[in-house]
Design a protein around this ligand. Sequence first.
Ligand SMILES: NC(=O)c1ccc[n+]([C@@H]2O[C@H](COP(=O)([O-])OP(=O)(O)OC[C@H]3O[C@@H](n4cnc5c(N)ncnc54)[C@H](OP(=O)(O)O)[C@@H]3O)[C@@H](O)[C@H]2O)c1
Length: 272
Amino acid sequence: MDIGAIYPELAQAQVRWRHLPAEGDFAGKTVLVTGAGDGIGRALTKTLALYGADVVLLGKTRTKLEAVFDWIAEHSATKPVIVPCDLNFLDQDSAEALADQVRGEFGRLDGLVHNASALGPKTPVEHYPLSEWEMVTRVNLTAAVTLTQTLTPLLRETGQPKGAEASIVFTSSSVGRQGRAYWGAYAASKFAVEGLMQVLADEFVHEGAIRVNSLNPGATRTPMRRLAYPGEDPATVPPPEARLDLHLYLLSDAAKGVTGQALDARGWDGPP
Ligand SMILES: NC(=O)c1ccc[n+]([C@@H]2O[C@H](COP(=O)([O-])OP(=O)(O)OC[C@H]3O[C@@H](n4cnc5c(N)ncnc54)[C@H](OP(=O)(O)O)[C@@H]3O)[C@@H](O)[C@H]2O)c1
């Protein structure tokens, strides 16, 4: 596969990757990524498909998902599925329907990446509108809980056979590990996501079927970054492909047994 011809930004980034998957490492695997229509999620789903994964693309804007679907259909032999869904309104019934759809389509789920996020206003907590606080918490935390609950049986079945292990990856942030003024519900929800990751990892550790980790991608050139730092020159920020190696590692068999870790894509030294 000539990645340089298909996806030049990926080929450029891979030169600095600390973990390089082998071609076909994800063949036969199914991975669901939320927020797959833009930013890091878009780069991740395209890359996973090039490495052989069937990807389930969940995101808010249908046209963005369709564009990623078309790219994957053109450049890989995998079977992508799009799921337009506003996580702010995700309820148990629609999450169950999604789990049924993934089971019916693929019969397995090897990876679940909670990547979609709402930034919310950057304002002092004293003045933070409660309706915005609730929206950010629903998208960043409650939707991840709902999806994890409904997809756990399929992840467990996929990860149970000897030698297999399914992977859940939560996406954190620097402000989810050290609070910072004006980051309000975004920061608080990312702290909660770290806690959720630890609770789940501990709940699953004895079964050995599902590993659970979180990663902080660090500053990345995406629409969310532009929203958070409007004065920043985007050229000074790494593109989404730069640090996807940590995502791929956590989703691959190379990370078997790695669970309960809060990793930082910037400072990561590569697999042990
Ligand atoms: N970029 C950074 O510098 C940075 C740094 C630290 C952590 N992160 C984390 O990395 C993850 C990805 O961020 P990103 O920078 O790639 O963000 P992004 O460019 O804004 O992309 C986020 C994706 O999530 C989707 N999304 C947002 N709200 C949604 C909702 N209610 N329902 C369904 N989908 C929704 C968006 O869909 P639409 O495009 O259709 O709205 C978009 O595809 C986030 O968890 C973020 O917190 C990013």
